[in-house]
Ligand binder design. Structure first.
Ligand code: KIV
Ligand code: ZN
Length: 513
């Protein structure tokens, strides 16, 4: 029987550390449920000690998910570890993931600790964690840039204290596949009790090699767990991309000879969900999940694929969940059909009132747009107007006028708390005018870092527009997403959604790793 490769997803923890990707508890729960459908082995749900919000997210996910192990990150100190254990309490299968930096640079400049102090802290905190959980992962942060002799000493000690998984992060994305693979192999060969733990890889993508490095860690180094995120989401250039690692191992099973528990048909749905939730759109030529990943434009390729699919295709689109522009519902669909589709998409609504509100929005959309696709439904449930009562700023209405040779003008009505405002402005274009109108009333002073528009479904101008707005204010960066068949309205919704995130003041400690 082949070895199993454990897939550890950290979209909700390391992925969330991307600028502006912070998610609410409901959004995280929705993604966790979809990760469970994807059958990932471990879900890193957050960093419980980093904020009360993250604590609640880890707790809710640990209670809701039964088929994947739920993990919380913790710094290697008693307080963080106790918080993680408390958040995970009552979960079906749980893990505490400790980290402590071991590179000379991090120990000296960041931790201001001597190697001996780091050694002791690693050992004692692992012991403390093992008293609270039977499943403990230890990560030497910046492990790949650490002195191998020191690393061997620390890792041997934490395995002796009961660490069940040893993860070797390339925290800054500095590794080269062959070197990283050999680095792990060397550790495993030198550490006498190495076989008492599962070895894991955790690679960042700064040099574009996170997937290659992870796979080298598996094939050369003998690691049997890969840490990764959906769409490669993560700080800077991101983390190792789950879909790429999984499809490489599955497609080239002849070489890897490893089993996976993943249901690959769930890859595209979760990729879309993560993109729509975080506002980090997927580039069209991204492997596996990009819109062009299975599109053949050249005549020679099209001809070849029509004659024999495997002339130019190494994977089948349907195996990763591409169901090309499937019309799922329309104007005549009833509440039950809508509810069933929500369930099929893994969307669980908290109450009947929420389903009713979503169904009313669906009817409104179906009146304006004849064919409703899965992507439209996802966008609709993401729409903050569904949870309007929880939001401070709410879009109400918009009118705008633009004509060749004239300066566009917009009038936007929106609510801020209990007060309804109407604001007017002109601008370079209707979108600019609408956002300036909102800003003229609220004077938030937020700086716009990004504005992007995408069609939710490809192939037609009838598609809804999905707008992402990234704002920066007071040292915080947030993404807002809005969708509507009218892209000016989608833009105003996205702007208000970003302002809501700034308003909600999600607190967290400094990002890690
Ligand atoms: O990149 C990193 O070092 C991390 C650790 C916290 C595991 O994310
Ligand atoms: Zn990381």
């Amino acid at each position: 029987m082949a070895d199993k490769l454990i897939i550890f997803d950290t979209t909700l923890r390391d992925g969330e550390q991307s600028p502006g990707a912070s998610m609410t508890k409901d959004e995280k729960l929705r993604i966790a449920r979809q990760l469970e459908r994807l059958k990932v082995d471990v879900i890193e749900a957050g960093f419980a000690a980093s904020s009360n919000g993250d604590f609640e997210c880890v707790k809710a996910i640990a209670h809701a998910i039964k088929d994947s192990t739920i993990c919380s990150l913790a710094r290697a100190n008693d307080r963080d570890i106790s918080r993680a254990a408390e958040a995970l309490k009552g979960g079906h299968s749980t893990r505490i993931h400790l980290f402590l930096a071991t590179s000379a640079l991090h120990m000296e400049k960041k931790l201001r600790m001597t190697p001996d102090q780091v050694f002791e802290q690693a050992r004692l905190s692992t012991r403390f964690a093992r008293n609270l959980s039977g499943d403990v992962e230890f990560s030497p942060e910046d492990g790949y840039r650490s002195d191998p002799d020191f690393l061997c000493r620390v890792l041997e000690a934490v395995i002796n204290e009961g660490a069940t998984t040893i993860n070797v992060p390339d925290t800054v994305g500095y590794a080269i596949p062959e070197l990283y693979g050999n680095f792990i192999l060397n550790l495993r060969q030198r550490i006498p009790n190495a076989d008492k733990a599962v070895w894991s890889v955790h690679c960042h993508n700064d040099l574009g090699m996170a997937v290659a490095n992870s796979l080298a860690g598996v094939m050369i180094g003998g690691a049997r767990q890969v840490e990764c995120t959906i769409n490669g989401l993560g700080e800077r250039a991101g983390n190792c991309s789950l879909e790429e690692v999984v499809m490489a191992v599955k497609t080239r099973r002849d070489y890897f000879k490893l089993d996976l528990g993943i249901d690959t048909t769930q890859i595209v749905p979760i990729s879309r969900l993560v993109a729509q939730t975080t506002g980090f759109v997927v580039q069209p030529n991204k492997a596996v999940v990009g819109a062009n990943a299975f599109a053949h434009a050249s005549g020679i390729h099209q001809d070849g694929v029509l004659k024999a699919r495997d002339t130019y295709e190494i994977m089948r689109a349907e195996d990763v969940g591409w169901a090309a522009n499937k019309i799922v519902l329309g104007k005549l669909s009833g509440r039950n059909a809508f509810k069933m589709r929500l369930t099929e998409l893994g969307i669980q609504m908290e109450s009947e009132a929420e389903i009713n509100a979503a169904f009313a929005k669906f009817k409104e959309l179906a009146d304006r747009k004849s064919d409703i696709f899965d992507e439209d439904i996802l966008a609709l449930v993401m729409d903050e107007s569904l949870t309007a009562e929880h939001e401070h700023y709410r879009f109400v209405a918009l009118s705008q006028h633009s004509e060749t040779g004239e300066r566009p003008h917009a009038s936007v009505t929106f609510a801020a708390g209990e007060v309804e405002h109407q604001a007017q402005s002109d601008g370079n274009g209707p979108v600019d005018a609408s956002l300036k109108a909102i800003e003229s009333k609220l004077a938030t002073g937020a700086e716009m870092l990004l504005y992007s528009v995408n069609a939710i479904t490809s192939g037609s101008t009838e598609s809804q527009g999905e707008v992402t707005v990234r704002l920066q204010h007071g040292g915080r960066v947030v993404n807002g997403v809005g969708s509507d068949p009218d892209i000016v309205v989608a833009s105003a919704k996205a702007y208000l959604s970003a302002l809501n995130k700034l308003h909600s003041k999600i607190e967290r400690v400094a990002a890690q790793g």
